[in-house]
Design a binder for this molecule. Structure first.
Ligand SMILES: *[C@@H]1O[C@H](CO)[C@@H](O)[C@H](O)[C@H]1NC(C)=O
Ligand SMILES: *[C@@H]1O[C@H](CO)[C@@H](O)[C@H](O)[C@H]1NC(C)=O
Ligand SMILES: *[C@@H]1O[C@H](CO)[C@@H](O)[C@H](O)[C@H]1NC(C)=O
Ligand SMILES: *[C@@H]1O[C@H](CO)[C@@H](O)[C@H](O)[C@H]1NC(C)=O
Ligand SMILES: *[C@@H]1O[C@H](CO)[C@@H](O)[C@H](O)[C@H]1NC(C)=O
Ligand SMILES: *[C@@H]1O[C@H](CO)[C@@H](O)[C@H](O)[C@H]1NC(C)=O
Ligand SMILES: *[C@@H]1O[C@H](CO)[C@@H](O)[C@H](O)[C@H]1NC(C)=O
Ligand SMILES: *[C@@H]1O[C@H](CO)[C@@H](O)[C@H](O)[C@H]1NC(C)=O
Length: 307
């Protein structure tokens, strides 16, 4: 009984491994990076002259499927699809070891496909000696989320709204809101994900909660593909000795300083104005004086002159 059970187990392991090989590997690459699609032919006695290596898109529906071709040890661009022109390289120093891995430069979402590497031997007759499949998946990190709020809702329900936003990521993220007081999950009231022309996503999530004097909230943006989870915090505690209130105080201090500076400059301005007005006034009075002097002189002359 036992040996047969083991044999069955071994057999299923073999089947599993075969399935894995057929399914192929998955390569995750960031947008704009160079991706390496691996293809290693384990055969010995390799003569590049008798080999043809085709990298192609693994989809029979595809109009143009040739990504890269190596014929008799030379790159052959005659059948290469325009989409891949100048964007593919084989690793030249490794070809002799049967390593036909392909470097695909500057990847974008349109490269997110399944690829197949086919190695053909062309002796008396042509036959496939090796085949490998690789799926390329793209990814991009989300930016540090910005958590804003709380904004008091106008509908007098005593609720406040927080919002959390992040950009430039791929693929679509998961958003989590956590109550840091008891680490429970809070459900967002809205989640909008926008796709941009460059193929990346922006996310905006809003959370409505009952306002309390003690709120500690964290928003997470998770990129599952990259195993990244970035977060932003909101903390407000009622105690005065909390660091957050401390910064409020600093702001207040700063505010008072600015106020004082404002008052002082107004006082100085007023003083300057007073001085100016006094000076102008004096100047004008002295002019008046000289004018009266002239008049008196003239009057005197008139008086003195014989009529
Ligand atoms: C991709 O490869 C090209 C050519 O080899 C190189 O110039 C470029 O810096 C690489 N880009 C990255 C992001 O590594
Ligand atoms: C590319 O391959 C074609 C046949 O598939 C051949 O006619 C042509 O000469 C080759 N070009 C080069 C540069 O090897
Ligand atoms: C590939 O590069 C060559 C030379 O650098 C250039 O003439 C050609 O326009 C490029 N092709 C594409 C499709 O970018
Ligand atoms: C990479 O590809 C994008 C389009 O997908 C293009 O706008 C950009 O100029 C390319 N960068 C390089 C270094 O070739
Ligand atoms: C967070 O958890 C604490 C403790 O369970 C609770 O008192 C508080 O109301 C929660 N805050 C929110 C916004 O749900
Ligand atoms: C990211 O954080 C959330 C909330 O704490 C958690 O549920 C999720 O499992 C985390 N994901 C990863 C990849 O760590
Ligand atoms: C948010 O606060 C928690 C503790 O309250 C801390 O563990 C976490 O690292 C903080 N996250 C950020 C992004 O500051
Ligand atoms: C604030 O300070 C008081 C005494 O100085 C202390 O008992 C209390 O635990 C502090 N609260 C916090 C939130 O740090």
């Amino acid at each position: 009984m036992e040996p047969r059970g083991c044999g069955f187990l071994l057999l299923s392991l073999h089947i599993l491994r075969a399935v894995a090989v057929l399914e192929g590997k998955i390569v995750i690459s960031k947008l704009g990076d160079n991706a390496t699609l691996s293809c290693i032919y384990p055969g010995k006695e390799l003569s590049l002259n008798n080999l043809r290596v085709y990298w192609q898109i693994d989809d029979v529906q595809e109009q143009c499927s040739v990504v890269h071709a190596l014929i008799s040890g030379q790159d052959n661009e005659s059948e290469q699809c325009i989409h891949f022109k100048n964007r593919t390289q084989l690793l030249w120093d490794r070809l002799g070891e049967g390593d036909f891995s392909l470097l695909l430069l500057n990847v974008s979402q349109s490269d997110e496909r399944k690829y197949k590497c086919v190695v053909l031997q062309t002796n008396e007759y042509t036959r496939v000696v090796h085949q490998e499949k690789v799926a390329l998946r793209l990814a991009a990190s989300y930016s540090q989320p910005i958590l804003s709020g709380p904004v008091t809702n106008s509908d007098s329900t005593g609720e406040v709204t927080f919002s959390c936003s992040s950009d430039n990521g791929y693929p679509e993220p998961n958003v989590y809101w956590i109550n840091r007081t008891d680490n429970s999950r809070l459900l967002p009231s809205e989640l909008s994900i926008t796709l941009h022309v460059d193929g990346t996503y922006s996310v905006l999530s809003t959370l409505k909660v009952k306002a309390t004097s003690d709120m500690q909230i964290e928003c997470f943006i998770e990129n599952k593909r990259l195993q990244e989870n970035i977060s932003a915090n909101y903390t407000h505690e009622k105690q005065n000795n909390d660091s957050n209130t401390e910064s409020h105080k600093d702001l207040e201090k700063g505010g008072r300083g600015a106020q004082a500076a404002g008052i002082i400059s107004i006082v100085i301005l007023l003083a300057l104005l007073t001085v100016l007005i006094c000076w102008l006034w004096k100047h004008r009075s002295s002019k008046l004086v000289s004018y009266t002097d002239v008049q008196t002189n003239e009057d005197n002359r008139k008086l003195n002159s014989p009529v």
